[in-house]
Design a protein around this ligand. Structure first.
Ligand SMILES: [Zn+2]
Ligand SMILES: [Zn+2]
Length: 233
C-alpha cells in the first residue's frame, strides 16, 4: 500500500525490521502489510468523481445532488471504494478487534490527503458503543493520519451525545433523521479548517450532521477524510 506521508523526519522503527505476512494473501509483505500484487488489486477510487461527495461522475466537477442540495461539508477525500477486500479489512478492524488493520487503512488515507486543513478530528463514537468495542475505530485511524501528515489532532473535539441505532442498520433515507442532534462540539474552532476522519462514508448523513456542529463551533471548512466511500450499486 502507498507510502505514508513523507513530511517530517523519517523515524526508525523496529516494526520495519519484523517479517510481515500480507494481510490479504499471506505472502511475504514489507511493513506496509499488503503485498505488491494485492495492493495493485485494491479498489481505488478513480479521479473522475464529484469534488464534494466523491461519488463517480462522468462529466463536470460537482454532481447534481451536491449542486441541488449542497452538503454542510466541503469535500470528501477517500482512497478506496467500499468493496472487497477493503470492506473485509474494515469490518475485521471494526467488529473483530483487528487493530493492526488500522495501520494499513490509516497509511492509505494519509498518503492521499492534501495538507489543506488546520486540525484533524475523529468521528466520535457514542459512549456505550465505545465501551462495548473498547476503541473508537475512527480515532485510531485519525492518530495515524495526524502523525503521518504533521497536522494536529484534537481527539476529543466532539462527542456523540445521543445513542443512535447503527446507520448500517437503517434504510438510507432514514439516516439523516437518525443522527440529527447527535453531536456536540467542545472545541473552539473559530477560523479553523477541519478534517473529520472516519472509516467509511455511505450516505454522508453523519458527516453532514457533524459538519453542522463543527461550523457552529467556528469551523470555516469541513472536509471528510475517509478510508472508503460506499458507491451506489
Ligand atoms: Zn497479498
Ligand atoms: Zn456530489
Amino acid at each position: 500500500m502507498g507510502a505514508p506521508g513523507t513530511k517530517g523526519r523519517p523515524r526508525f522503527s523496529l516494526w520495519s525490521l519484523l517479517p510481515h505476512a500480507c494481510l490479504l494473501c499471506g505472502a511475504d509483505a514489507d511493513a506496509a502489510q499488503i503485498c505488491v500484487p494485492c495492493d495493485a488489486e485494491l479498489p481505488r477510487l478513480t479521479s473522475k468523481r464529484c469534488a464534494v461527495c466523491a461519488l463517480p461522475l462522468a462529466t463536470g466537477r460537482i454532481c447534481g445532488a451536491c449542486l441541488q442540495r449542497p452538503p454542510r461539508y466541503d469535500r470528501v477525500i477517500a482512497p478506496f471504494s467500499y468493496r472487497f477486500p477493503v470492506d473485509a479489512l474494515i469490518q475485521a478492524y471494526k467488529y473483530r478487534g483487528r487493530l493492526a488493520h488500522a495501520r494499513v487503512l490509516g497509511t492509505a488515507l494519509a498518503a492521499i490527503v492534501p495538507p489543506d486543513v488546520d486540525v484533524v478530528v475523529p468521528m466520535p463514537l457514542a459512549p456505550r458503543r465505545l465501551a462495548e468495542r473498547g476503541y473508537n475505530q475512527a480515532l485510531e485511524i485519525a492518530r495515524l493520519v495526524a502523525s503521518a501528515t504533521g497536522i494536529p489532532l484534537i481527539a476529543l473535539a466532539c462527542r456523540k451525545v445521543v445513542e443512535t441505532p447503527p446507520q448500517a442498520s437503517l434504510p438510507w433515507k432514514e439516516r439523516a433523521k437518525n443522527v440529527r442532534r447527535a453531536f456536540v462540539c467542545d472545541a473552539d474552532l473559530r477560523g479553523r479548517r477541519v478534517a473529520v476522519v472516519d472509516d467509511v462514508l455511505t450516505t454522508g448523513a453523519t458527516l453532514n450532521e457533524l459538519a453542522r456542529v463543527l461550523r457552529k463551533a467556528g469551523a470555516v471548512e469541513v472536509a471528510g477524510w475517509v478510508v472508503a466511500r460506499t458507491l451506489p450499486r
